[in-house]
Design a protein around this ligand. Structure first.
Ligand code: DC
Length: 221
């Protein structure tokens, strides 16, 4: 049986940075499910579909054939055969993903892909519903969070370090809006699984969080 680690938590909690590092030092594959939702959102944007028209999104999303490959250890998302990694991390795609991921047909479209990856690989998978819905039997579940203030500050620093314009208040408001959407939707809302370990990284360094989760992996392996 494959060894599965589920990491859930709100946007900007550091899930992908931490999961990538733990994957590397514990020999696991890192599966970024947010990137899959983003790829579907990109498809919805490209087709000009109105995100508020749930029926239209449900119909259109089946045309998004999403596959995952690992190239030099990096997850590459293919949308209908095209490598779309370079288009997934924009605010526009993130905001669209937050809306479209609340639509049951979109979630159903990606669920099997995620379950199959976990059944066939020792992996660490991050998202919002991994411990609760996708991998309810994962050997280790972590709920990784941080205050919205800290998450906004991290995002702000990331953007300004790249020389990009950033507005802290807007970033914080967007994060809080996305938290609300992700945790109040009817289907697979963001919430801590009963058997998940809570890690609040507000006052921890990245290295401390990586060490803590690696240690938890060792306890369950
Ligand atoms: O983690 P992220 O920001 O890349 O995720 C993009 C959006 O996809 C986010 O608004 C929540 C959604 N998502 C989800 O609903 N379920 C997942 N397992 C992963 C992401």
């Amino acid at each position: 049986m494959a060894f599965n680690v589920a990491i859930d938590g709100p946007a900007g909690a550091g899930k992908s940075t931490i999961a990538k590092a733990v994957a590397k030092n514990r020999g696991l594959i890192y599966v970024d499910t947010g990137a899959m939702y983003r790829a579907v959102a990109l498809y919805i944007l490209r087709t000009g579909t109105d995100a508020n028209d749930t029926e239209a999104v449900a119909k259109v999303c089946v045309g998004a054939d999403i596959t995952i490959a690992y190239e030099d250890g990096v997850q590459v998302v293919y949308l209908n055969g095209e490598n779309v990694n370079a288009f997934l991390r924009t605010e526009e795609v993130g905001n669209m993903a937050s809306k479209t991921s609340a639509i049951p047909a979109v979630r159903a479209h990606l669920l099997n892909l995620q379950k199959n990856l976990a059944a066939n690989n020792d992996c660490i998978m991050d998202g919002r519903d991994i411990g609760t819905v996708v991998l309810p039997n994962a050997q280790l579940k972590v709920f990784l969070t941080a205050s919205s203030e800290v998450r906004a500050k991290r995002r702000y620093d990331e953007l300004t370090a790249k020389g990009e314009q950033a507005d802290f208040d807007k970033i914080k408001a967007d994060i809080e809006q996305r938290d609300y959407q992700d945790s109040h939707r009817e289907i697979a809302p963001l919430k801590q699984a009963d058997d998940a370990v809570l890690v609040d990284s507000s006052d921890m360094t990245i290295d401390q969080v990586i060490a803590r989760i690696s240690e938890l992996c060792d306890e369950k392996a």
